[in-house]
Structures are given as C-alpha cells and as structure tokens.
Design a binder for this molecule. Structure first.
Ligand SMILES: [Zn+2]
Length: 77
C-alpha cells in the first residue's frame, strides 16, 4: 500500500469549534500563529463590541490598556 498523503485524521480528534472564534486583534488586525493561538486566549484581551467578541493582542492591550479599562469605543483611540 502506498499511503502517501493519507495521513490519519483520527488521532485525538476533538470537537474543536474554536476555529470560528479564532481571535484576531481588532486594533492591528494581527492573528495569532498556530502556536500563539493557545496562549493568545490567555494573554489577549477579550472584549465585546457590537455584540461580537473582539480581541486585542497583548501588544495592543498594553498600548491601549487605559482605553480598554475605560471601555472607550475604539474610535476614540
Ligand atoms: Zn494588536
């Protein structure tokens, strides 16, 4: 048998629908890499804007921590 590109997909397959909520920085538009994604949920700031989840990356949250804590709309930044 020539199992060329048929790599198994079953190993530890989970019900991860997290892809739909993959964080993207609403300030700089950055998206975490695959490696970063795991920590992004911890280090990024999550907020809600217009009923949608909005993420701010660690870097931007540091820059805009005051605005975020003041819950200012981003248009004021
Ligand atoms: Zn950012």
């Amino acid at each position: 048998m020539d199992a060329g590109d048929g790599t198994g997909t079953g190993a530890g397959g989970g019900m991860e629908n997290e892809a739909a909520t993959e964080p993207m920085c609403s300030v700089c538009g950055r998206m975490p890499s695959a490696e970063e994604a795991a920590t992004a949920r911890l280090t990024w700031s999550r907020g809600t804007q217009g009923g949608r989840a909005s993420w701010v990356c660690a870097q931007c949250s540091r820059d805009h921590v005051r605005s975020i804590e003041g819950k200012l709309d981003q248009s004021w930044w």
